[in-house]
Ligand binder design. Structure first.
Ligand code: IMP
Length: 426
């Protein structure tokens, strides 16, 4: 019987999913991305080389793995082709990539509208990646978006003309520069021609994979706390990042996922605006940022840093049905005298153990911490849990006990071999 594993970020993104997905992909026959677009940035390091993936599933480096871009994704065709070219240049084959005919196409007008929307929000801006993600999902929900099946069809020039006329009105209304039809349609037609052979019914493909007992890996982008429904709205991205999104964004069906692995950074980071109770505005935050190279893969913005927040993590475990945890970047905490973990919030003299819906309330939450002893030893070469300094072991055990979910693996460095498995799950 084939197994299926969903790997998703359990915080605000950038938890190191790329590395872990790549680690598990050796056991997978199929790797599926189900939401988001090139707002995602997955850094994968192997054989000492660093690769930045934005749209492509992490299995792309192995031609024996069938890589699927699911119907829940929004795909910028230019960014896709550029990424594919890069991969090809590095010597990898890309013939094993399959793109859903139901996925949505992200155009230049979405990027322009993203920029304009942010500008108009002024100090209430979301801090988006400016890749056009929100406007593309808006069109999808408004039922005026363009899907891959139409993008690669003969109808495309007419459909695009109609769409662009409408979108240019919005752009003009917001004070932006309208997108020129003649020049863009030509480029998009060339891109469509290149993409066309990869487009197919990925729902049928996944059904067949299940039937043939293949191992399937679902790869989430961003993190659950940025989910459109469950995240810290409105400071979220526009897609469904949680396990529900893996079902609706791939068409696998309710029973198509066996395990949900939550990737959890040993501390907390966030990019863009929004509440962050355990955020650090001091030298400890700076230390972690530098040691963990906490700068955005897509936007290169310095990430906001904080202590691990277990209130948020418990919530994430609940909404995703996380069955196991992978703790990443544990090595980054080496050298700190003490390790604080947020276990509850105080809001107006009341203790909160759950995440408030209101952004205003969330912003005013004061974190309550448990303090554990830090560790001084370099842990980047440890091969087992027992080799870890006692303080690091206690840190792991404390989290596990609090969130009542096993930490089945942890990571002590960027390379694949720096992943320590405590229990096999896939
Ligand atoms: P958008 O996805 O570009 O619309 O941005 C919405 C919010 O999600 C912003 O706060 C972004 O910084 C955040 N975001 C989007 N993609 C990522 C990611 O891959 N990692 C971390 N944050 C992200």
């Amino acid at each position: 019987m084939g197994k299926s594993l969903l790997i998703l970020g359990a915080q605000w993104g950038d938890e190191g999913k790329g590395k872990i997905t790549n680690y598990f992909s050796t056991k997978a026959d199929v790797v599926v991305r189900y939401q988001g677009g090139n707002n995602a940035g997955h850094t994968i390091v192997f054989d000492g080389k660093k690769y930045a993936l934005r749209l492509l599933p992490s299995g792309i480096f192995d031609e024996n793995i069938c890589c699927v871009m699911g119907n829940g994704m929004v795909i910028n065709p230019r960014a896709l082709i550029e990424e594919l070219e890069e991969i090809k240049k590095a010597g990898f084959s890309t013939h094993h990539l399959f793109i859903s005919d139901r996925s949505h196409v992200l155009f230049d007008h979405h990027i322009e509208l993203d920029r304009l929307n942010e500008e108009h929000l002024k100090d209430k801006k979301i801090g988006t990646t400016k890749k056009g993600i929100g406007p593309c999902y808006t069109d999808k929900t408004s039922r005026i978006g363009m899907r891959m099946c139409d993008f690669i069809s003969d109808e495309f020039p007419n459909l695009y003309k109609e769409l662009l006329e409408r979108k240019n009105q919005e752009i003009t209304f917001l004070g932006g520069t309208p997108i020129d039809y003649e020049s863009t349609v030509k480029e998009y037609m060339i891109l469509a021609q290149k993409i066309s052979p990869m487009v197919c019914d990925t729902i049928a493909l996944l059904k067949e994979a299940r039937k043939q007992n293949k191992n399937i890996l679902f790869e989430g982008a961003q993190g659950a706390l940025l989910d459109i429904d469950f995240g810290s709205y409105p400071y979220v991205t526009s897609s469904s990042l949680t396990s529900g999104g893996a079902l609706s964004g791939s068409g696998i069906g309710l029973h198509g996922i066996d395990e949900v692995l939550g990737i959890v950074k040993a501390y907390q980071t966030r990019v863009g605006e929004g509440a962050f109770p355990s955020e650090l505005h001091n030298e400890i935050g700076d230390y972690i940022r530098e040691k963990g190279h906490e700068y955005g893969t897509v936007t290169h913005r310095p990430r906001r840093i904080g202590y691990l927040d277990l209130v948020a993590l418990k919530y994430s475990i609940q909404v995703n049905g996380i069955t196991a945890i992978c703790l990443t970047l544990l090595d980054v905490l080496q050298g700190l005298d003490e390790l604080k973990i947020c276990t509850s919030y105080t809001y107006k003299n009341k203790i909160l153990n759950t995440l408030p819906a209101s952004n205003q309330v969330f912003k005013e939450c004061i974190p309550n911490y448990v303090t554990l002893e830090g560790f001084k030893e370099d842990i980047s070469q440890v091969k087992s849990f027992d080799e870890l300094p006692l303080q690091a072991q206690k840190y792991i055990e404390f989290i596990e006990k609090e969130v009542e979910t096993p930490i089945v693996l942890f990571s002590v460095g960027p390379d694949k071999y720096q992943t320590i498995v405590r229990k096999e799950i896939f």
